[in-house]
Design a protein around this ligand. Structure first.
Ligand code: ZN
Length: 241
């Protein structure tokens, strides 16, 4: 079976402004992510905020099965029309993987209908991600848990709708917990929120994180079948006496 076509979207601002981030991701986070997906066999392209239409033209999205979204400092610079376009594509079946600060992105908040608010702390503490859905396709190849040595903490309460499936729960050294891997369906599309990814730590270089993203890209692929349309079904399938 052929792998879904992935577009990795990154606002790509931190890498240009902060040498510490550029040292970790010399070609941008999007390239790091696209590279390991390509190594897994995914056809993966990239798109960034400062390209025309943020790199997400109708044509690009039409050829995208799964969109990965990383944004942080420039959520407000994303045009409403593009956020709307992403939402429509998800409703039509495109998968969406929202990373880290993308909990505040326009497409995610539109699709969830909630604020996406959470607690945070930047102390470089340890995170332990517990697999709470063993056997779920997104956790394939992982053990009971994995750890990321230095992260920005996100804590509950996380203002999102109850996930359809909860895949990871994180524990942080400072004491907080967080629902760090959440699955939803919106229309015909699948949405996965995955928490790790603060830009000043080499998180997308970590093999377990790469494993999760590759698994999630497979999981989020569109499922074949009829579109959700609207119709006045004047003619019943069976006679109605
Ligand atoms: Zn962050």
């Amino acid at each position: 079976m052929s792998l879904p076509r992935v577009t990795v979207w990154n606002e790509f601002r931190h890498e240009k402004k902060n040498p510490e981030v550029a040292a970790i991701y010399p070609d941008g986070m999007h390239e790091t992510i696209a590279r390991f997906l390509r190594a897994e066999g995914f056809p993966a392209r990239t798109a960034t905020l400062d390209e025309p239409e943020h790199g997400l033209s109708e044509a690009v999205l039409a050829e995208t099965d799964v969109l990965i979204w990383w944004g942080h400092m420039a959520h407000d610079d994303v045009l409403d029309a593009i956020a709307e376009r992403v939402q429509q594509r998800v409703w039509a079946g495109m998968g969406l993987i929202v990373l880290h600060s993308g909990h505040y992105s326009k497409p995610f908040r539109r699709l969830m209908g909630t604020s996406g608010n959470l607690q945070w702390r930047e102390a470089g503490e340890k995170e332990r991600l517990w697999v709470v859905a063993p056997g779920h396709p997104i956790t394939a190849g992982l053990g009971e848990y994995f750890e990321i040595p230095h992260v920005e903490m996100y804590g509950e309460p996380f203002d999102v709708p109850q996930p359809d499936e909860l895949v990871f729960v994180s524990w942080f050294q400072g004491g907080e917990v967080f629902r760090s891997g959440c699955c939803w369906r919106r229309g015909r599309g699948r949405v996965f929120y995955f928490r790790p990814g603060h830009e000043t730590f080499p998180i997308y270089h970590q093999p377990e994180v790469q494993r999760v993203l590759a698994n999630a890209a497979r999981w989020a692929a569109p499922v074949p079948g009829p579109a959700i349309g609207i119709a006045n079904r004047k003619e019943p399938l069976e006679p109605i006496p």
